[in-house]
Design a protein around this ligand. Structure first.
Ligand code: NAP
Length: 241
């Protein structure tokens, strides 16, 4: 199985691990990121090191106009995608009464607005290509169970689950599966400032997860073995309930 796959937020962290997981399966990777060119170049080099095909496509997933412009030009030049991983995300935590408009808007636009901004231009070309496909969104344990200080983030990630489930119903007969992966706490730059000892006590497996462990779930959902799985949320969280 091959074809172009867009991974958003692929310059580092979970997105980089996902790109590295999908490249050996024969997919041609298109790496999106916002601004971190050096890290994106590093991801691209790691993919070339395993003889993978890769190109870079930077744009802000929360900026609808920028997304449309970048994706329409890319589609025109290179044709439809086989798969998309909506991974790019941010958090801006704080108690709700003190949450600024910027913190609400930035998190909702980046994490949930991006579902519309990125996927809408890509869906009809995928459908017209008539070869099925795979869409995976990266949500979060916070979107499934809520988290203090993350009202904006939880709302965006819960919204992503609803959008994913609904889109799966629209695309099922086209053989395009649409699923979510919901990581718990994963060791990346996003969790650098977190109180890890305290957090570990809450996780049944008593450790944070690795980006590669999230990528494995995405790799499975992209595989032929997962051809009859759609509209699901696969939690990768060390046993959090
Ligand atoms: P990370 O290390 O902070 O990396 C974030 C990635 O997203 C970077 O590649 C960044 O690009 C990109 N990005 C951020 N805003 C963007 C925008 N507006 N447009 C395009 N790209 C953007 O985060 P991570 O920990 O790998 O998280 C990846 C996903 O997993 C996120 O959706 C996050 O919510 C979710 N998640 C993470 C955890 C965790 O514990 N780490 C847990 C649950 C869910 P630049 O490098 O250019 O800034």
């Amino acid at each position: 199985m091959d074809g172009r796959v867009l991974v958003t937020g692929a310059s580092r962290g979970i997105g980089r691990a996902i790109a590295l997981k999908l490249a050996p399966a024969g997919h041609s990777l298109v790496l999106n990121y916002r601004s971190n060119h050096d890290e994106a170049d590093r991801t691209a080099q790691l993919i070339r090191d395993v003889d993978g095909e890769v190109t870079l496509l930077p744009f802000d997933v929360g900026d609808r106009e920028a997304c449309t412009k970048a994706l329409e030009a890319d589609l025109l030049a290179n044709g439809a995608y086989y798969g998309v991983v909506c991974n790019a995300g941010v958090h801006a935590d704080g108690a709700f009464p003190a949450m600024s408009e910027e913190a609400w808007d930035q998190v909702l636009d980046t994490n949930l607005g991006s579902f519309y901004n990125v996927l809408r231009p890509l869906i009809m070309p995928m459908v017209r290509a008539r070869r099925g496909g795979r869409i995976v969104t990266i949500t979060s344990a916070a979107g499934m169970m809520g988290n203090r200080g993350q009202v904006n983030y939880s709302a965006s990630k819960a919204g992503l689950i609803g959008a994913t489930r609904s889109l799966s119903l629209e695309l099922a007969k086209r053989r395009i599966t649409v699923n979510s992966v919901a990581p718990g706490l994963i060791e990346t730059e996003m969790t650098l400032g977190f109180a890890k000892d305290e957090i570990k006590r809450l996780i049944p497996m008593q450790r944070l997860g690795r980006a590669e462990e999230v990528a494995s779930a995405v790799g499975f959902l992209f595989s032929d073995e997962a051809s009859y799985i759609t509209g699901q949320v696969l939690a990768v969280n060390g046993g959090l309930v």
